[in-house]
Design a protein around this ligand. Structure first.
Ligand SMILES: [Zn+2]
Length: 286
């Protein structure tokens, strides 16, 4: 599943291709892809909107939409969660839907809708999703979808002090807690394992037993790992997400039986909260 660095990479790639474009039409090929509103309302509400910004919150991709004439209407947000196998691509012109294309937005150049050029499909934003777990929302109130998310790990409100206090406000094992999007937004299986290894913390450690020093190490580890992963355009895996190369720099994730890059002990794979979890048994003591 794409995590923060992969979604951030997709945002950076899509932004220059989408900003300013106008949505002429939406073809919904799998109605359940649209979590809210209904597929029919979605088609109606999105038609004619212009793309103003492309950003991210946790693992959600956010496309901010306004009406062309800049009416005093509240901006709509199109939110996309790629889940297991979702993928987004901008293709030239109007395209024929492929087998696993669930949603296609026809985009014009963004010029006035009155001109012929303004009515022509210049490009298509294609949401492809083999396993159909991906979801799309169109809403005037984004908080309805993202309101419960924890802080962004690369923003200012995520500090070592906040992390220490928040860890002590819970009594949970570190790994499942870090995966909990209401605690901290954006981490998944890969970057949690990588961060815990860098911080030398065992995934089963209870959150309220973490010392101030350990919380500082964990805070730094999360930020360093995420920044490095974004710099390398995320990780490519499952044939779904392509282009990243952080998978060539994994410390422990998917490295079972290989030597720990710090001490040489062989990496082990355990199951923590039903998730495959990779640790160095020497660097990360329980
Ligand atoms: Zn080690």
């Amino acid at each position: 599943m794409p995590e923060l660095p992969e979604v951030e990479t997709i945002v950076r790639n899509l932004r220059p291709l989408l900003i300013g474009k106008r949505i002429l039409n939406a073809d919904v090929h799998w109605a359940r892809t649209i979590a809210n509103p209904s597929a029919n309302q979605f088609r109606e509400q999105i038609r004619g909107k212009q793309i103003r910004e492309v950003s991210r919150r946790g693992k959600f991709l956010i496309i901010e939409l306004t009406t062309l004439k800049g009416a005093r209407e509240k901006p709509y947000n199109l939110l996309i969660h790629l889940r297991m196998s979702g993928d987004l691509a901008v293709k030239k012109g109007k395209i024929k839907p492929g087998k696993h294309d669930r949603l296609i937005l026809d985009l014009s150049s963004g010029r006035s809708s009155d001109s012929a050029a303004g009515r022509m499909t210049k490009a298509s934003l294609v949401f492809n999703d083999t396993r159909k777990f991906g979801r799309v929302w169109l809403t005037e109130n984004m908080e309805e979808v993202t309101g419960r998310l924890g802080p962004e790990p690369l923003k200012r409100d995520f500090t070592a002090h906040w992390l220490y206090e928040a860890l002590h406000g819970r009594h949970r094992q570190l790994k499942p807690l870090l995966l909990d999007q209401t605690f901290l937004a954006g981490l998944g299986n890969i970057y949690t394992d990588e961060s815990l290894h860098k911080a030398k913390l065992h995934p089963l450690t209870l959150s309220d037993s973490v010392t101030k020093k350990e919380a500082e190490h964990l805070h730094d580890a999360i930020q360093v790992i995420l920044r490095e992963a974004i710099r390398r355009n995320g990780s490519s895996f499952d044939r779904v997400y392509r282009g990243g190369e952080f998978q060539n720099h994994f410390r422990v994730y998917d490295q079972e039986g290989k030597p720990c890059p710090v001490c040489g002990t062989l990496i082990q794979k355990l199951t923590v909260g039903q998730r495959g979890t990779h640790i160095c048994p020497n660097c990360q003591r329980e």
